[in-house]
Design a protein around this ligand. Structure first.
Ligand code: NAP
Length: 215
């Protein structure tokens, strides 16, 4: 089988980090380009990794390097961390959109996005609306293969304290499958399994389906 190359944004985060570990461990991928605003340090010292450190507002300055078969995007922030809705939109919609446009122009075949449960450009909830707007923008690009993963609350070993997320994670464990928390590792596994199949057109993976797709 021909080896694939991968490009990833958000590799310093929870889901992105799980994706990176799996891409490096997979025999399918020969090279992984990591695009990040701060170096991963020792974690980037791997024969397969090429690290590009860039301010995402200046992504065009590294456009020639954004080249791979499969692209993974797990970029994101919170409104609290970003400081305003406009800054949140920049990180959760504008940066991923430009990242996708540049990779597609360089010949990428598959784009995989960590979106969110309830993403819809028609939603009355700002967070879900921004996620939906990004999904719509990606669909409009006409990717040969596009995967939109929509997790509920993400469970995993997070360094940062996010008490509200932890509380909802605990409560939702006893709720319906649609809302149950999903392990970051399962999300990453589902994204990579789908990328390797390169299904034509748009594949939406709802939260409750993630464990099954992850295998
Ligand atoms: N948390 C949840 O329960 C939940 C639920 C559903 C959907 N989601 C969505 O799932 C995605 C992944 O979530 P996660 O929890 O894995 O995210 P995370 O751990 O917070 O990681 C976010 C990634 O985005 C990067 N990033 C943030 N601000 C940036 C900026 N201004 N410029 C460049 N990079 C920036 C971070 O880099 P640094 O390390 O440099 O900050 C990190 O690599 C996000 O889009 C999130 O909205 C999350």
């Amino acid at each position: 089988m021909t080896k694939r190359t991968a490009l990833i944004a958000g590799a310093s985060g929870l889901v992105g980090g799980e994706c990176l570990q799996r891409l490096l461990a997979s025999g399918v991928y020969s090279k992984v380009t990591v695009v990040t605003r701060r170096s991963l340090g020792a974690a980037a010292k791997h024969a397969k990794i090429r690290e590009i450190v860039v301010d995402f507002a200046q992504l065009d300055s590294v456009r020639a390097d954004l080249r791979a078969d499969h692209v993974f995007c797990a970029l994101g922030t919170t409104i609290r961390k970003a400081g305003s809705q406009a800054k949140f939109r920049q990180v959760d919609c504008e940066y991923p959109r430009r990242f996708a446009e540049l990779a597609l122009a360089n010949g990428a075949k598959h784009f995989s996005l960590v979106s969110a449960l309830g993403a819809s450009s028609k939603s009355g909830v700002f967070y879900s609306r921004v996620k939906g707007e990004l999904e719509d923008a990606l669909r409009a690009m006409k990717w040969p293969s596009l995967c939109l993963v929509r997790p509920s609350v993400i469970a995993g070993d997070r360094q940062e304290s996010r008490p509200l997320e932890r509380l909802s994670e605990t409560l939702l464990r006893f709720g319906p499958a649609t809302y149950r928390p999903v392990d970051a590792g399962k999300i990453a596994a589902a994204m990579i399994a789908t990328a390797q199949r390169e299904p034509r057109g748009v594949t939406v993976i709802e939260s409750r389906e993630i464990p099954r797709v992850a295998g």
